[in-house]
Design a protein around this ligand. Structure first.
Ligand code: FAD
Length: 346
């Protein structure tokens, strides 16, 4: 854990709305720290539909989820926000002096004057394999993400899932290279994948070349010996259960969002959304704002364009907390020399 970071603004969530919040704060000369539980920015646009087209971003006739994210990152570059990725915000507490103490799952902690919750549908977390007793092998023999591929080299791997992660990692560990596993068995409940067709074809090629195996079936139990996980029981499409031995089990069932700790920060909620006013998009706690899919108010629509508007007004709403003695005027980016300076386009 580092020391406490003192700042004017912390943004929870680096989805499209959290990213644009950096921009709107930046125009008011407020520097932000932005935190996301995912290892990369983009929120739903990157996690759920990176290659699908979006048609309703004003003045952008069409762009993919990834292009929108890349463009937002480029647009906010001048403001030098600090990203804290791969960590969930767990604690938010008001301090005596009116600031908020914010803490993440990695032990990063902040003291901030204002807080912007742009947490979308909640923190994305891996969907777990629900088998009795498997939790105790979490992080030793059962993994839901690959941090260091080298850790799995030379091992007998069983990989479960039917999406891009399951296929990409199977191929990665089956092929010649520094991370090659001793053996790779891919298990999926059906012979059909939600993944790039080219990867599926490559997987079948590798199986034909006996470099890996693909088994259709569902994991129904585990085998253990001497405190170790030694295999999984797999029920095949023929109804027969077989034991597949392993050193390591990698599970890629996708990510699902969880509201999680946000429910415990004392904010007024309505059906798991944070209630805000429509003047400043401020929550029931003064100094905490909520923007994008996470908030609710009369007429709310979960659209990116709505979140962008909310971010603009929330920035103005927050300015008095940060600059109590300054009057904030609306300026145009087209003509304001001051804004040109902050944008670095003089
Ligand atoms: P999100 O994109 O959900 O991002 C929130 C981020 O906050 C996530 O990355 C999450 O990990 C992080 N987070 C949450 N809690 C925590 C925590 N405690 N600590 C750390 N990080 C946390 N909208 C449109 O306007 N046009 C479209 O065409 C369109 N198409 C869509 C297609 C699909 C398939 C889907 C699923 C959605 C679509 N949407 C569309 C909706 C749009 O994606 C959302 O409105 C938008 O992503 C909301 O942005 P956000 O920044 O509020 O939240």
């Amino acid at each position: 854990p580092q020391g406490v970071i003192e700042t004017d603004a912390v943004i929870v969530g680096a989805g499209p709305v959290g990213l644009f919040q950096v921009f709107e704060l930046g125009l008011l000369e407020v520097k932000a720290h932005i935190i996301d539980s995912l290892a990369y920015p983009g929120g739903q646009c990157i996690e759920l539909y990176p290659d699908k087209p979006i048609y309703d971003i004003p003045a952008v006739p069409v762009c993919t989820g990834r292009e929108l994210t890349d463009n937002l990152l480029k647009q906010i570059e001048p403001f030098g926000a600090t990203f804290h990725l791969g960590q969930e915000v767990s604690v938010v507490e008001k301090q005596q002096d009116g600031r908020f103490r914010v803490e993440t799952s990695k032990g990063t902690s902040f003291l901030t004057r204002t807080l912007f919750i742009a947490a979308g549908v909640g923190a994305f977390q891996p969907r777990l394999l629900k088998i009795d007793g498997i939790e105790k092998y979490d992080g030793t023999q059962v993994f839901y993400r690959v941090k260091n591929p080298g850790d799995f080299a030379g091992k007998h791997l069983v990989i479960v899932g039917g999406g891009d992660s399951a296929l990409d990692w199977s191929l990665n560990f089956a092929q010649e290279g520094p991370h090659r596993a001793e053996s790779v068995i891919l298990i999926h409940r059906r012979d059909g994948f939600r993944a790039a067709p080219a990867s599926v074809a490559r997987m079948h090629e590798r199986c034909a070349a006996m470099e890996m195996q693909f088994v259709v079936g569902q994991i129904s139990g585990i085998d253990e010996a001497g405190g170790r996980l030694t295999g999984v029981k797999v029920m095949g499409s023929d109804g027969v259960t077989r034991v597949v031995p392993l050193d390591v089990l990698l599970v890629f069932f996708g990510l699902s969002p969880k509201l999680g700790p946000i429910a415990e920060w004392g904010l007024a909620l309505e059906r798991k959304q944070i209630l805000v006013d429509t003047e400043k998009f401020e929550t029931s706690i003064p100094g905490i704002f909520a923007v994008g899919d996470i908030n609710t108010y009369a007429g709310k629509k979960k659209l990116i364009v709505s979140g962008f508007h909310e971010a603009a007004l929330a920035a103005f709403g927050a300015a008095p907390y940060i600059f109590p003695d300054k009057r904030i005027h609306l300026q145009y980016t087209t003509t304001s020399p001051k804004l040109h300076k902050v944008l670095g386009v003089e």
